[in-house]
Design a protein. Structure first.
Ligand SMILES: Cc1cc2nc3c(=O)[nH]c(=O)nc-3n(C[C@H](O)[C@H](O)[C@H](O)COP(=O)(O)O)c2cc1C
Length: 253
């Protein structure tokens, strides 16, 4: 049983690669939360995985919320792994995820880190052309290796956290609080009013203006997962000024 959250597709691809290799079922945390499906039973020897992107050196709230509510009836000899995807480093995020699971009495047997494209567009850029192909090839190889190790139930810690993980994550937390303000988002005249941003927002933080059909952020804060921005067909959504004119991760792969 493999639980995953993915805003822009990178973690989903890893989850589906592992699910295909191991024949375990992949469960989208976003959908489970929407349907309030929190009770699961593991078969004996089943693999149990939790996959998430890293947000500002931490675990996204949506993943936290799900794990806090989930009830897993474990079979005997289950194998638990976590895998986090990131652009630079997970810092303390992996420890946070392990601790959340421990509160449910679930011990983690293996930890995997998958480094690739950084979707935090205010600070980073999405590679294009050959550079994009190179990085995607590397990520595919990395995904296949992780899937193989999960299939073998390897008990390894394959995560390089980055320098001063606890300190760096603690330093990033207040910056994330600022980034999460939805007042950072703005919409250009390129908006066609298609409504995809509102329909797909994992936090249901966007509504459409009844007259202009343009997105309006109705919650003061969101995950800043940037799905709205990356997947907008018209490229009409920006976050602050730093994302202006930058390539979006329209789809992954
Ligand atoms: C709000 C936000 C914060 C992020 N913070 C980090 C970070 O602290 N360290 C890092 O290496 N990558 C960071 N990233 C990059 C993502 O973790 C990475 O691109 C991930 O693979 C995206 O997965 P997804 O496509 O499944 O959503 C951040 C991305 C977003 C949107």
């Amino acid at each position: 049983m493999i639980f995953y959250f993915s805003a822009t597709g990178i973690t989903k691809k890893l989850a589906l690669t592992i699910a295909e290799r191991t024949q375990e079922s992949a469960i989208d945390i976003e959908q489970a939360l929407a349907k309030e499906e929190f009770a699961y039973a593991l078969k004996d020897s089943e693999r149990l995985g939790f996959l998430s992107p890293v947000y500002f050196g931490g675990v996204p709230d949506i993943v936290r919320r799900f794990i806090e509510n989930v009830r897993i009836q474990s079979g005997e000899h289950y194998y638990c792994f976590i895998a986090m995807t990131f652009g630079t480093g997970p810092f303390n995020a992996t420890n946070q995820l392990v601790t959340l699971l421990l509160r449910h009495g679930i011990t983690t047997n293996a930890m995997f880190g998958a480094c690739g494209i950084d979707t935090y567009l205010p600070m980073f850029s999405i590679p294009d052309g050959d550079a994009r192909k190179d990085i995607q090839d590397k990520m595919d190889t990395q995904n296949a290796l992780i899937a193989e190790q999960v299939a073998d139930r390897s008990a390894i810690n394959d995560i390089r956290q980055g320098p001063f993980p606890r300190l760096t994550s603690a330093f990033m937390a207040p910056l994330y609080a600022l980034a999460r303000r939805t007042s950072n988002f703005h919409v250009s005249d390129d908006c066609t009013g298609c409504g995809l941003c509102a329909k797909n927002c994992p936090e249901h933080a966007i509504a459409l203006d009844t007259q202009t059909h343009r997105p309006v952020w109705t919650a003061p804060r969101c995950l800043t997962c940037l799905r709205c921005l990356h997947h907008c067909p018209a490229g009409a959504i920006d976050h602050g000024r730093a994302t202006n004119g930058k390539l979006r991760l329209k789809s992954y792969p």
